[in-house]
Design a protein around this ligand. Structure first.
Ligand SMILES: *Cc1c(COP(=O)(O)O)cnc(C)c1O
Length: 427
């Protein structure tokens, strides 16, 4: 399968029916799987044989979809999770424990910021947040002897900062830790972080991969490139015997699949944030058209960004596809075919005008979501960040007038016309 182009993988990867089996990926709506002898089942529990026994650990529908995403990213193993939050939590918790330290870009998604900065802290894992534009030297200063992970987003939500993946990968590898990249906004259609040195990729599949705002979900993909054994002392969970699995050493027994096998057989077994097979089925339908939808999202977003940029009522427009954008060159390097469909902008009338403008939109809906087929809009200062004062908003990198516009795949002119009539109407 790996020789096919990405468009073919969107359609063909994952489910490979044998003679007489359903052509379309079936929903294995079963918690459990049958065996003929007690010994057969026992060998599964010992990880001696591979096979299904309980959907919390593995399910054929989920596995087929994980395999598709794995092939799209060019990885060696992958697993689905119930949400993007669970994916990022598991990705880090699989190699960090109480007493460890991690480093993360400060502009990551708010949910990720809270997860690493507050919730992991309660579990004894400390996180240092760094400026994604920091130099190699500045990033270096954040490392400690107990640092286990460097984490960032390909395109930050909602700051739209484009990550210099090679710089982050070099920094991580200079210090003997893996780079984990949340590739939700770019998707593997526009950027494959493994090709630039990232070791592990995560996704909120809730966004473009699903693409229709139907199911919350997540995914973790391992490139298989990080050499855990070279830093065996740092990653004892992978390189030392697991007493909860009869002393298995994951790197010895599973080689390049060690990281995902541990995340499945240990973290998922114990914490249980599985994706439902129903949701995995719908996600798979979304993935089949990802390669058609992403170029249209990007093309529409570029047209909308150009329109907003030339409109007299806008104060600023942030979209990495615009030539004067701070991240234009990085975007050209890592995502030459386009970044994503999300734009942020502010109005000259400030916060008050933002609210007025949004209320005047007719087709474009106000929703707490991004990155699906329907154009939608959110004003963080009034919604996701409404408890903050204007001063606190600026500190958090969210301007009080910032409007996040997720451009869908409708006709671009219809989107622009809706924006235009709302802009004309505000004072
Ligand atoms: C939405 C999002 C998440 C969280 O994903 P959920 O599926 O909502 O749990 C994580 N990272 C990024 C970049 C996101 O946009």
């Amino acid at each position: 399968m790996s020789n096919y182009q990405i468009e073919t993988k969107c359609i063909q990867s994952g489910w490979h029916p044998k003679k007489g089996e359903p052509r379309v990926l079936p929903i294995y709506q079963s918690t459990t799987f049958k065996y003929d002898t007690s010994d057969q089942m026992g060998r599964l529990f010992d990880l001696e044989d591979s096979g299904y026994f309980y959907t919390r650990l593995q399910n054929p529908t989920n596995d087929a979809v994980a395999e598709k995403i794995c092939e799209l990213e060019g990885g060696v193993a992958a697993m689905l999770t119930s949400s993007g939050q669970a994916a990022n939590y598991y990705a880090v918790f699989n190699i960090c424990e109480a007493g460890d330290h991690m480093i993360c870009s400060s502009t990551v998604y708010g949910g990720t910021f809270n997860l690493f900065g507050a919730t992991l802290k309660k579990q004894g894992i400390e996180c240092t947040f760094i400026d994604p534009d920091a130099s190699l030297e500045e990033i270096s200063q954040a490392f400690r002897p107990n640092t286990k992970v460097l984490f960032a987003e390909t395109i930050a939500n909602p700051a739209l900062v484009v990550l210099d993946i090679e710089k982050f990968a070099k920094s991580a590898h200079d210090h003997g830790v893996p780079l984990i990249v949340d590739n939700t906004f770019a998707t593997p259609i526009n950027c494959r972080p493994f090709e630039w040195g990232a070791d592990i990729v995560t996704h909120s599949t809730t966004k473009y991969m699903d693409g229709h705002a139907m199911c919350v979900g997540g995914c973790i993909v391992d490139s298989g490139n990080f050499d855990w054994n070279q830093y065996a002392d740092k990653f004892p969970g992978l390189t030392q015997p697991d007493d909860t699995y009869h002393g298995i050493v994951y790197t010895e027994k599973f080689g390049k699949a060690a990281y995902i096998t541990k995340a499945t057989s240990q973290i998922m077994r114990d914490l249980g944030s599985i994706q439902s097979p129903q949701n995995a089925f719908l996600l798979n339908v979304g993935l089949e058209t990802l390669h058609l939808r992403m170029p249209r999202h990007c093309e529409n977003a570029r047209k909308v960004a150009e329109f907003l940029n030339s409109n007299e009522k806008t104060a600023w427009v942030n979209f990495a596809g615009l030539k004067d954008n701070k991240y234009y060159d990085l975007a050209q390097k890592y995502m030459p075919n386009g970044t994503c469909g999300v734009i942020s902008f502010g109005l000259k009338g400030g916060r008050k005008a933002s609210v007025e403008f949004m209320d005047k939109l007719k087709m474009i809906a106000i929703v707490t979501h991004v990155a699906d087929a329907r154009t939608c809009v959110l004003h963080p200062a009034s919604h996701t960040h409404r408890q903050m004062t204007d001063e606190q908003l600026v500190e958090a990198g969210v301007a009080p007038d910032l409007i996040r516009l997720s451009v869908g795949i409708e006709n671009a002119q219809d989107i622009i016309s809706d924006l235009e009539q709302a802009l004309e109407d505000i004072s």
